[in-house]
Structure formats: structure tokens, C-alpha cells
Ligand binder design. Structure first.
Ligand SMILES: NC(=O)c1ccc[n+]([C@@H]2O[C@H](COP(=O)([O-])OP(=O)(O)OC[C@H]3O[C@@H](n4cnc5c(N)ncnc54)[C@H](O)[C@@H]3O)[C@@H](O)[C@H]2O)c1
Length: 448
């Protein structure tokens, strides 16, 4: 029998789940109900995926989730609405009798963690956190190396994540730019990275010291750098537009989902990244301690000329180094669109001038030559992670020696680092995770 799903929030992230249910997983999954605060986005997905009137999912108001779960006999609710809505939706879904599939982050607040912990305890229902990066073959390969003991007991990690001036800038255009709505990049974005480290090391964070600030985007930085008068948004015919302006009309997806629907709710997807009112950081550095005694030095910057990450893991027997370039350069085509894959060598740029996308995992044991670990290349999003993740979501969690499927407690473990980091930014002091009083014990994950 097909499992019955409801979905909340039909923005761009929802596309992956909606296409999976309508396509390769249609034999096991059915979307019976869906909701968005903007009916135009529902209309547009409906026209795309559900032309057959018989199969159209029922619509409900977000505030009617509990009733919709009961009325439509929903087994599981997929939550792809903005971060600040996750906790309420998870709790409502669980108490109404459904499980939940939740996009990261689990929640943006301490209160949210506590409410979710209470609801899981009270209902015994299941929450699947879709940490797709775990499934990227290169990240799974590093997990294998560490779990096999190839570098011994982990002593420390150096982790740098660089977001570029296209993708990184995007977090400063809409709701992500408000700390209250996204928790800042430490929650919204870094929860992926903190989860990876918790999972790679099978460990639990215990203390966080953070330093950071808004040093590139935002009105004050624009003034300091003499950027002059800025356009309010990108999708207007404004001669002040520049490389940081996003014209939604240039991308059919962005136009369909956002530009064409903004008259309904005033949600502007393309606000200027050098606006007033941005309350999140764009550069962050953390020191994180773990229960095993290992520590991590982590940095995130959101205005790189290229995008990717480097992870160096030191162990008692050697070291592993993972280097990933996800986009080698932010370049534009003649129409002003960002070229998604610059390694395709756009006109005017020689192969040498463009850093190709690449990934490399090197393991070096003490007193031995280094070896390069062969990596599979996934075709789907997030390094091939999305496709594998969807298998677990819709076909049941596979018996996976790597333990890639994540649950709500994994969500708490990663969110806790962001929450402690945010508190540390406020106080200037290191913060013990225990001080947060999360309302749940973060037992060290057993070594897998
Ligand atoms: N795992 C990943 O790699 C990844 C990538 C992108 C986004 N995400 C996550 O997916 C979620 C959605 O991101 P997005 O980029 O699609 O955001 P978005 O703003 O483009 O879409 C969110 C949608 O939710 C709707 N919405 C707002 N409030 C709602 C409510 N109370 N109930 C129902 N719908 C509501 C909005 O109208 C919009 O259509 C976020 O939590 C984000 O962190 C994860």
C-alpha cells in the first residue's frame, strides 16, 4: 500500500520531494494534501505535476495541519517551509498522529528543540531529518575511512566552508537574512556541516566558542566600501544593478515560483544584499569540543570567489584530507545569468582561468606514503546525495553500515552547536551545550 504524505511549503526545496513522489517513487508514495501560505505557488506546482484532476492533492491552510492529517489519513508530513516554522509544524504533525520528514535545520530556537523533544516523547512518532550531505559519495567515503580506523582515534578537525558570491549572497536576499527567521548561518547553513562532523566522528559536541560578524554584505559594509546608492532589488530594470543583483526573470524556475507570485504575499526573493536590516553574520569562526576529547576549528565565509570546502581530520594513526570545489568561479553568461558549471569554460575564459569543480580525498597514515581514495561521482544535487536520500525517505531506511539516515536527535546535536555558537557570539564567552538546557540528553552516538 502507498504511504500517504502531506507537504508544507512549496518553495524551491519542495521540488525535489514533489518530483520524487510524482515520479520515481510514485509506486510507494502518494501526496494527498499540501499547503502553502501562497496559493500561487501551489497553483504553479499543480499545473506542473498534477494535470489530472483526479490526482490533485487536497489543499489546506497551514494552521489546519492537524485537521488535514486526520481528515486525509496522512502517514507522514514533509516539512519544506522556512526554518522558523519547522518546530510548530513538527509538533502539530506528531500530535495529530503522523510522522515527519523535515528539511534541515530541525528548528531555529531552544524553545523549538524543547517542544519537539516533548512531542517525540509523548507520541513516540518518528522524525526523519534530511541531512542530504551525508549521502554525497565523497562525504560517505570520509565516514568509511574514519569508521574503519584508518587514521586511528580522531584528535582534531579543521573544517572550512566557503560560500561564493552567488549562492552565499542568496542568504542575504530574503528571510534567511533575519536571525529570528533562520537562526543565522550557524543554524541555517552550518547545521549541515556540524551534522557531518558529529556523524563522521560518531561524537557529540560539548562546548562551543564563536566569533564572527557581518563584514561584507549589509548597508554599513556597502557604505564603508563606497558602493554608492543601491537598487532595492534585482528584478527591476534599474541601472544601478550589479553582479550582486538577482533578476528572477532570467531563470524560469525563479520566475514561476517567486516573481510571478510575489503580488500575492509580498515575498521578495531578490532583495539587495547590501540592504539595511540584515541581522545575520557572513563570516564565522568556531572552536567546538567533543565528548571524545577531539576538537574542531571551523570557519564559514559567505563571499568567496569560488565555493566548496576543505576538511582535515587528524588522528592517532594519520590524517585524512577532503578537498571539494563545488563551483570554481562565479561567472556570468551574456544574458547576465550565473553560469552553473564554470568548468564548461564560458566564452572569454580559458580552461586555465577557471578552477574546475573537483573533489579529492587523501589518506595518509603515519610513516606511509599518501593514498588517494577513489570517489564515485553522483549526478543528482548535493554531490549525488539527494537521490540516495530520497531512497531512504520513500522506501524505508536501508540497512546502512554508515548510518546515513538521520533522526530528530541528530537534528538536535547539530542545531545545538549553532544555538551555543549564537549565544557565544552574544556573550563573547565559550558556551557548554549542557548550559543550553535542551531538555534532552545528547548521549554520545555509539561508534558505528
Ligand atoms: N537540504 C538542503 O540542502 C536544503 C536546500 C535548500 C533549502 N533547504 C531547507 O528547505 C526549507 C525551504 O527552503 P526554500 O529555499 O524552499 O524556501 P522558500 O522560501 O523558497 O520556500 C518556502 C515556502 O514555504 C511557504 N511558507 C511560508 N510559511 C509557511 C507556513 N507557515 N506553512 C506552509 N508554508 C509556508 C512559502 O510561501 C514558500 O513557498 C528551509 O527549511 C531550508 O532550510 C534545505
Amino acid at each position: 500500500m502507498k504511504k500517504r504524505y502531506a507537504l508544507l511549503g512549496t518553495g524551491s526545496r519542495a521540488q525535489m520531494y514533489l518530483s520524487a513522489i510524482a515520479g520515481p517513487h510514485a509506486d510507494v508514495a502518494e501526496l494527498v494534501a499540501w499547503s502553502d501560505t501562497n496559493g500561487g505557488r501551489l497553483d504553479s506546482y499543480e499545473a506542473l505535476l498534477y494535470q489530472d484532476a483526479q490526482r490533485k492533492p487536497a489543499r489546506f491552510a497551514p494552521t489546519d495541519l492537524a485537521r488535514a492529517v486526520r481528515e486525509h489519513d496522512v502517514d507522514s508530513v514533509i516539512i519544506t517551509s522556512p526554518d522558523y516554522t519547522h518546530a510548530d509544524s513538527i509538533v502539530t504533525a506528531l500530535y495529530a498522529g503522523a510522522d515527519a520528514v523535515v528539511e534541515k535545520p530541525l528548528t531555529t530556537s531552544l524553545a523549538g528543540v524543547r517542544q519537539i523533544a516533548d512531542a517525540v516523547r509523548a507520541t513516540g512518532r518518528h522524525v526523519l531529518l534530511t541531512f542530504n550531505y551525508r549521502y554525497a559519495p565523497r562525504n560517505s567515503a570520509l565516514k568509511r575511512v574514519i569508521a574503519a580506523g584508518d587514521i586511528g582515534q580522531v584528535t582534531s578537525v579543521h573544517f572550512e566552508w566557503l560560500l561564493d558570491t552567488a549562492h552565499g549572497a542568496d542568504y542575504f536576499r530574503r528571510w534567511h537574512r533575519e536571525k529570528e527567521k533562520s537562526g543565522g548561518l550557524l543554524i541555517h547553513k552550518s547545521s549541515h556541516h556540524f551534522d557531518l562532523v558529529n556523524w563522521w566522528l560518531s561524537d557529540t559536541p560539548t562546548r562551543v566558542y564563536a566569533s564572527g560578524g557581518l563584514r561584507f554584505y549589509g548597508a554599513e559594509n556597502a557604505r564603508r566600501r563606497g558602493l554608492g546608492e543601491r537598487p532595492a532589488r534585482g528584478s527591476l530594470d534599474d541601472e544601478r544593478r550589479d553582479r550582486f543583483s538577482l533578476d528572477l526573470r532570467l531563470d524560469p524556475e525563479l520566475k514561476r515560483l517567486y516573481y510571478d507570485q510575489e503580488h500575492l504575499d509580498g515575498y521578495l526573493r531578490d532583495r539587495d544584499v547590501f540592504d539595511e536590516g540584515i541581522t545575520i553574520e557572513d563570516n564565522l569562526s568556531l572552536v567546538v569540543d567533543y565528548a571524545s576529547g577531539a576538537s574542531m576549528a571551523y570557519t564559514l565565509s559567505a563571499h568567496g570567489p569560488w565555493e566548496g570546502y576543505t576538511v582535515y581530520v587528524n588522528g592517532t594513526e594519520g590524517r585524512a584530507e577532503l578537498t571539494v570545489v563545488e563551483r570554481g568561479a562565479v561567472l556570468f553568461d551574456d544574458a547576465g545569468r550565473v553560469i552553473v558549471d564554470p568548468s564548461a569554460h564560458p566564452a572569454g575564459h580559458s580552461a586555465d582561468a577557471v578552477r574546475p569543480t573537483s573533489e579529492r580525498l587523501v589518506v595518509q597514515r603515519h610513516f606511509e606514503p599518501a593514498t588517494v581514495v577513489p570517489l564515485e561521482r553522483g549526478a543528482s544535487g548535493h554531490g549525488g546525495g539527494d537521490e540516495l536520500l530520497l531512497q531512504d525517505v520513500f522506501r524505508g531506511v536501508a540497512d546502512d553500515p554508515l548510518g546515513r539516515a538521520a533522526d530528530w536527535l541528530d537534528g538536535v546535536r547539530s542545531t545545538a552547536v549553532g544555538l551555543a555558537g549564537n549565544r557565544s557570539l552574544e556573550t563573547g564567552l565559550p558556551v557548554r551545550i549542557a548550559e543550553l538546557e535542551l531538555g534532552v540528553s545528547l548521549q554520545p552516538a555509539s561508534r558505528r
